[in-house]
Write a protein of this length. Structure first.
Length: 261
């Protein structure tokens, strides 16, 4: 498959890096376009792709077009290339831009979908939320493409913002928690680099265990043995109503997505 990526920011890079990992079967050929031509060329060079001189040139080379620009720019980009899209599939990875808006910005009958990735796609560990839209039978090939870099989960568009808050925002939120844990370690005498290494290692291993078992409650019960250090830490988090804080954080992310719409 020939994939055209319009935009060369963090998400475009994560996708391209995920697909260009050694040994990925059926990896696509990727061409990039960005208004900052140097960024497109750099990303193409880093991931074994090519850079197009114009968005129209990118469309001409692509079977599938992925629009990876800021939400407020999506409809303008689609209007610019709409006449050339034809039967090509168009996937938006922008938060808050609905299928209805995508279709309105393109000629009647356009084949469109929404996908929300996260930056873990770069390691092949992404979570991709998929709203199939009007792809029809072509959805299987699109799903297979994203599955090369992670787990694809189909969701109803009405739940897309909530699903994005839970999965798409996770790398940034987890990085914030790692940073906070490391700072707490420094406050108790650890060197900064050691505290960061410990926090990252702890998160990496813990996530792998939870993913393997598929049951967070069971892992928590096993780790937080009564009277132990983990139990004391969890009790303090519960006392400070961490669950309520997380609920509020998800609500804030969902609210922001609706503002973008």
């Amino acid at each position: 498959m020939n994939v055209g990526l319009i935009g060369a920011g963090h998400i475009a890079r994560a996708l391209a890096e995920g697909w260009s990992r050694p040994g990925v079967p059926g990896a696509p050929s990727v061409v990039f376009f960005d208004v900052d031509a140097a960024k497109a060329r750099e990303l193409a060079a880093a991931t074994g792709g090519a850079a197009a001189a114009t968005a129209a040139a990118l469309v001409a080379e692509a079977d599938l077009i992925i629009v990876a620009v800021r939400p407020q720019l999506v409809e303008g980009v689609l209007r610019d290339v709409g006449a050339a899209v034809g039967e090509r599939r168009v996937v938006s990875v922008a938060a808050g831009v609905t299928l209805a808006r995508l279709q309105a910005a393109l000629p009647t009958g356009a084949r469109v979908a929404r996908v929300m990735p996260n930056v873990a796609a770069a390691l092949g560990l992404g979570v991709f939320l998929l709203v199939p839209g009007t792809l029809g039978p072509g959805v299987a090939e699109v799903e297979g493409l994203f599955a090369l870099a992670g787990d694809v989960i189909a969701v109803d568009e009405a739940l897309f913002d909530a699903a994005t808050a839970v999965a798409g925002c996770m790398p940034g939120i987890l990085a914030y928690l790692v940073e906070t844990f490391a700072a707490a370690g420094v406050a108790h005498g650890l060197a900064g680099d050691v505290a960061v290494r410990l926090a990252i290692g702890g998160v990496h291993g813990a996530a792998a265990i939870v993913a393997r078992d598929g049951d967070p409650a069971a892992v928590l019960a096993a780790a937080a043995t009564p009277g132990g250090m983990t139990a004391a830490a969890v009790e303090k988090l519960a006392e400070r109503e961490l669950a309520l804080t997380v609920t509020d954080a998800v609500a804030a992310a969902v609210a922001r997505a609706k503002e973008l719409a």
